[in-house]
Design a protein around this ligand. Structure first.
Ligand code: FAD
Length: 472
């Protein structure tokens, strides 16, 4: 069915629901919503209208109005996504949840936080911490992304080794369906065997099944002590191979992150700060936490021993502010060098990372292109930034798919997948047909068709039902 245009009548209807000043149609107001953090112009597109509801009732009424007019809706949180999921590539109305930014309740006894989706992740972390509680999710974009965006993308991040990804933190949610109905899935309870766990379909659905308007998050007790270690290696393989050794030694670190030497050097330039052993070093950053200083000291000694046995050049207790600033600047540093770049987000079994990174690094020489690797080696998730630098757009568009093709073929050969945490969005939607098992893809399309029969909620993202074509 052809999708309807955003008519003046629909705009007037939306204004009546949310108030005139919360419906944007002017070019200067639409521009910030025309992209997420993907910098390639290919993934940018202005919506015809952006609407900012204040609560679930307003979301529901806006969705109903768009549904009746057969107009595409694109849910949007903070726009820090790396897959062009929150961009109106196929036209329509962006429904931004940025005004729904209140933490509704911190239930200390049940250890649950109930929140609106537009709360910044770091604000939520800091707020629960004041009550001696801890939220396990921690994407590197935590200072800017929203918790609703994290749930919609099933964000991973630094602490997934110990606490799992966002999915593991979610106990329940309220969702507005593509036709505007409101449903609550899950709740404050920690067990549920009451039929299909529909909530899990919405986690990581990237706005293609409905709009998440309230979230119930699991909290744990705040650990008393924390320590960050930096192990520096001359060889990246030795660095990454440390991870399973630490995990098998009975230590469950909160984070195990890595940065290759090229990334460290790029971050050093970006921050204009000397980083330790940046001349030859590859980093493994390990964070451990617990309730006893003695236990942490013991774990620290064990990690030191394992790292040195694995040919570490140095093992240091790191200054957390510096080391995490460096790790989190990885993406910004590459963007400062080359505005256009592609960030790959592959995931492989943890033990396959050294082999994968070694083979991927060779592509840098083969195509004579800068490629920087960093990521979450505690959970097999490797980010590879491929930099356009001063190539023409034509050269870039010719080269990039070739490199990506080699990377994905390798990753699938190792039992991995296209994306570990950034998701599929529009950027990787076409690749799903190429790499995913046809049966799995068919099941995903069946879910999308069942929950969004008009294909009106963020179409053309994740799975492509009707061979959608971007609006010119
Ligand atoms: C510097 C940097 C570091 C990053 N580090 C990490 C990392 O460590 N781990 C990680 O996983 N990601 C990371 N990301 C990617 C990004 O921050 C995450 O994907 C994040 O979860 C997106 O949240 P957002 O609020 O910006 O969502 P948006 O970008 O606004 O939206 C993302 C997707 O969710 C959908 N969506 C948004 N809100 C809703 C809602 N309420 N209901 C339904 N669907 C919705 C959108 O349609 C879109 O498809 C990083 C990004 C940057 C720029």
């Amino acid at each position: 069915m052809a999708k309807g245009k955003v008519s003046q009548e629909l705009i007037e209807q939306l204004k009546k629901i949310v108030g005139e000043k919360f419906v944007y149609t002017d070019k200067d107001k639409l521009e910030p919503y025309s992209h997420d953090e993907v910098t390639d112009p290919h993934y940018m597109k202005e919506a015809q209208c952006v609407v900012l509801p204040a609560n679930t009732d307003e979301v529901s009424k806006c969705v109903k109005a768009c549904y009746d007019a057969n107009v595409i809706m694109v849910p949007r949180a903070a726009g820090t996504g790396l897959a062009a999921g929150a961009v109106a590539i196929f036209g329509g109305v962006i429904i931004s949840i940025e005004r729904m930014n209140k933490i509704i309740e911190i239930d200390k006894d049940n250890m649950v936080c109930v929140t609106e989706p537009g709360v910044t992740t770091a604000v939520l972390q800091d707020t629960v911490q004041k009550d001696g509680l801890f939220y396990g999710g921690d994407p590197c974009s935590g200072d800017s992304c929203f918790i609703g965006g994290n749930v919609a993308t099933n964000a991973g991040g630094n602490r997934a080794v110990k606490y799992g990804v966002t999915r593991d933190q979610v106990m329940g949610m309220e969702v507005v369906t593509p036709s505007g109905e409101v449903v609550t899935l899950g709740g404050k309870f920690r067990k549920n065997a009451t039929g299909y766990m529909l909530m899990h379909l919405f986690i990581g659905s990237e706005g293609t099944l409905g709009i998440i308007t309230k979230i119930y998050l699991k909290l744990v007790a705040l650990p008393k002590y924390q320590m960050d270690l930096l192990a520096v290696f001359g060889n990246l393989d030795d660095a990454i191979a440390l991870t399973p050794k630490v995990m098998n030694a009975g230590i469950t670190p909160t984070c195990v992150e890595f940065m290759d030497n090229a990334s460290i050097k790029q971050v050093e330039i970006f921050l204009n700060e000397k980083l330790q052993h940046s001349d030859v070093g590859n980093y493994i950053i390990i964070q451990i936490a617990g309730d006893s200083e003695d236990v942490l000291d013991e774990q620290c000694e064990k990690i030191d021993e394992l790292a040195r046995a694995n040919k570490a050049l140095d093992v240091l207790v790191a200054n957390p502010a510096i080391i995490w600033k460096s790790r989190k600047a990885y993406l910004e540093a590459d963007r400062a060098r080359s505005l256009v770049f592609s960030m790959e987000d592959i995931v492989v079994p943890m033990t396959e990372i050294p082999g994968a990174v070694q083979k991927i690094s060779k592509l840098s020489g083969k195509y004579d292109v800068a490629m920087h690797c960093a990521g979450h080696c505690g959970d097999g998730n490797v980010h590879i930034d491929i930099l356009k630098d001063d190539r023409t757009q034509e050269q870039w568009e010719d080269m990039l798919p070739k490199i990506q093709g080699e990377i994905y073929a390798l990753v699938y050969g190792l039992g991995g997948r296209l994306s570990g945490e950034h998701g599929i969005g529009y950027k990787r939607a076409a690749l799903m047909a190429k790499y995913m098992s046809p049966i799995e893809l068919h099941m995903m399309k069946a879910v999308k068709k069942a929950l969004d029969p008009k294909n009106i909620m963020n179409p053309g993202k994740v799975v492509n039902i009707n061979d959608e074509v971007p609006v010119e």
